[in-house]
Design a protein around this ligand. Structure first.
Ligand SMILES: Nc1ncnc2c1ncn2[C@@H]1O[C@H](COP(=O)(O)OP(=O)(O)OP(=O)(O)O)[C@@H](O)[C@H]1O
Length: 255
């Protein structure tokens, strides 16, 4: 059974059909790519999967449970976390506080415990600190735990965004152009990291990326969007050789 299943998903903005009758499924542990030319509807699709946009029609199910109509934080609690095309960190907070905020959505103590500083509050905070440090180690940011997020170099801010999404303890991780602005070495490191966290955390990952070396290098299956519609789905080799994809997306490079 598919973990994430999308059926006949569409959204219109005025007269523009930004996403039109999209169908796809992700199984547990899939590492899949979503590619397409600028304006194809990729981020809009992520926005519907995460409750930012309400689809005009169609269904989104996570483990057979409907997600349409839920707010972004409710979808996050149900197991989908994401990163953004433009980095969105709490730039004036420390690196570790950026993670702790995400862990708070799973906090085991309540408001009363926090206000009255009951033992449950301290135990919960300690657990959150330890889990945050563990994640920072994985993302090689532990030595910078106390730095302000805005003072990290760009590549590290991108890694911190992924770490923060991981702190939501998702089943499905959506990455929107995770390598944007990275140099080739950082992109290579990121590819290894994405493969590693998929395995280590038993994750299902869907990533949007314009960097073809990353998409073709890590994804086992790739969906191609063009003008809001899925025009192809297949392995990296199948996608590279698909004439509709070459026309729609790789045309300039192929010619
Ligand atoms: N809130 C909105 N209101 C109106 N139009 C929108 C809105 N959000 C997206 N669109 C339009 O929907 C279409 C798809 O945009 P989207 O950002 O999803 O494309 P994309 O494939 O992610 O592009 P890129 O690769 O450049 O990021 C575009 O024509 C865009 O202008």
């Amino acid at each position: 059974m598919a973990l994430l299943s999308v059926s006949n998903l569409s959204i219109s903005f005025g007269g523009l059909k930004a996403v039109s009758n999209v169908n796809f499924e992700l199984n547990k542990n899939d590492l899949a790519g979503l590619i397409g030319p600028n304006g194809a509807g990729k981020t809009t699709l992520f926005n519907m999967l995460t409750g930012v946009y309400l689809p005009t029609s169609g269904e989104i199910c996570l483990a057979d449970k409907n997600l349409v109509g839920y707010k972004p934080y409710q979808i996050n609690q149900r197991g989908i976390a994401r990163t953004f095309q433009n980095i969105r960190l709490f730039s004036d907070l420390s690196v570790i506080d950026n993670l702790k905020i995400a862990y708070h959505s799973h906090a085991k103590y309540g408001l009363v415990s926090a206000i009255c500083r009951l033992p449950g509050f301290y135990a919960g905070e300690k657990e959150m600190h330890e889990k945050s440090m563990d994640l920072l180690k994985i993302f090689k940011l532990d030595h910078k735990y106390d730095d302000l997020a805005k003072n990290l170099p760009y590549g590290e801010q991108r890694r911190l965004e992924i770490a923060r999404a991981m702190a939501c303890e998702p089943q499905v991780l959506l990455l929107d152009e995770p390598a944007a602005g990275m140099n080739p070495q950082e992109t290579n490191d990121l590819m290894e990291l994405i493969q590693w966290i998929r395995k280590e955390f038993d994750l299902t990952i869907l990533l949007i990326e314009h960097d073809m070396s990353l998409v073709m290098g890590v994804c086992e299956k790739i969906y191609v969007l063009d003008y809001g519609q899925i025009i192809a789905m297949g392995t990296p080799d199948e996608i590279k050789n698909n004439h509709r994809v070459i026309e729609a997306y790789l045309g300039e490079e192929a010619s």
